[in-house]
Design a protein around this ligand. Structure first.
Ligand code: DQA
Length: 152
């Protein structure tokens, strides 16, 4: 019997539904739907099962994290601006106790000083930023490796 596929929850936060309208020099030209399609294809190549969630409402993001226990094996999250100040999302991620990777399309370390702060980074085993859509493929690979380590 083949091992179960890793279930990865891909979570996008505030304003990420506006990709395609946001500065393409910073965030790329893909819409969120196009980005999710790419992530889904990449997940398939890696034998992972991706599910997708987006909201502009912080409480909904928190509640989705609460619901992940038993539903996902790992989380890939780009909370947008919440990354930099939402202690509520940080605590909900802690409650989820799942391997997590933080992803940013843009290079947050080399933008405004407030974007250099991440309140979730300490709960994520990796952060990928500044690699555009390719960064999600990097994150999926890291999650797969982590899940394989856990399974062995
Ligand atoms: C972002 C970076 C954040 O600073 C910003 O607020 C976003 C998108 C990124 O993917 O580069 O909304 O998370």
């Amino acid at each position: 019997m083949s091992p179960p596929r890793g279930r990865i929850e891909v979570m996008h936060g505030v304003n990420l539904d506006q990709l395609g309208r946001r500065d393409p020099q910073i965030y790329g030209a893909l819409t969120l739907v196009e980005l999710e399609r790419r992530i889904e294809q990449e997940a398939g190549r890696l034998d992972l099962e991706a599910s997708f969630f987006h909201t502009n409402h912080e409480g909904e993001f928190v509640e989705r994290l609460h619901s992940l226990r038993g539903q996902a094996d790992g989380v890939l999250l780009n909370p947008g601006a919440w990354t930099h100040y939402s202690w509520a999302i940080r605590d909900a991620l802690e409650i989820a106790t799942l391997p997590a990777v933080e992803v940013h399309l843009s290079d947050v370390r080399n933008r405004e000083p407030w974007r250099r702060v991440s309140v979730i980074a300490e709960l994520c085993f990796a952060t990928v930023s500044g690699r555009g859509a390719d960064g999600y493929a990097d994150a999926l690979l890291l999650l797969r490796e982590r899940l394989e380590e856990g399974a062995s």
